[in-house]
Design a protein. Structure first.
Length: 158
């Protein structure tokens, strides 16, 4: 069910990310210009198609339908989770949990000692999800460029 992303997945990956971002962030940022004019499936798919290296560490949840995506960046013995979205039609069905569990198992196997991520402070649903899955915040925050919103640092030490 969890596998590496391949180029033929790009249209669906872009769709999941765009609709996931709209669902998660529209009520926080309240910026329809960004949500519906700048954030476009075709332009994101083009960006992935023109830089396939972005798929190098990306995993998808695929049971015949791509339902979720998670991407990772590596830095020595640390892993950053980025672009983690579940299609809004399939939330609360274990897709996100399966993806995060897989990433944690991979990290242990690869001798990664810390998994970390940034989450928007107002994104309570995401924060609750990460906390239920063993991530804790150390209180570090950064202002999201061009906004008055804060990103919060979360990590899970393995």
């Amino acid at each position: 069910m969890i596998r590496k992303a391949v180029p033929t997945d790009i249209p669906r990956i872009a769709e999941i990310i765009v609709f996931g971002k709209r669902t998660a962030y529209r009520s926080i940022f309240q910026n329809d210009t960004v949500s519906f004019n700048q954030l476009q499936v075709c332009s994101l798919a083009d960006a992935y198609t023109h830089d396939l290296s972005q798929l190098r560490h990306m995993l998808v949840y695929d049971d015949g339908i791509l339902r979720g995506v998670i991407n990772r960046k590596y830095d020595q013995d640390r892993m950053e989770i980025c672009d983690f979205y579940v299609d809004p039609f399939f939330t609360d069905k274990g897709v996100g949990r399966s993806l995060i569990d897989h990433v944690i198992r991979d990290a242990v196997q690869e001798q990664i000692h810390t998994i970390f991520l940034w989450v928007i402070a107002e994104n309570r649903k995401a924060r609750t999800f990460y906390e239920r899955n063993g991530f804790v915040t150390n209180g570090e925050t950064v202002l999201i460029e061009g906004t008055d919103k804060l990103d919060m640092y979360y990590e899970r030490v393995l």
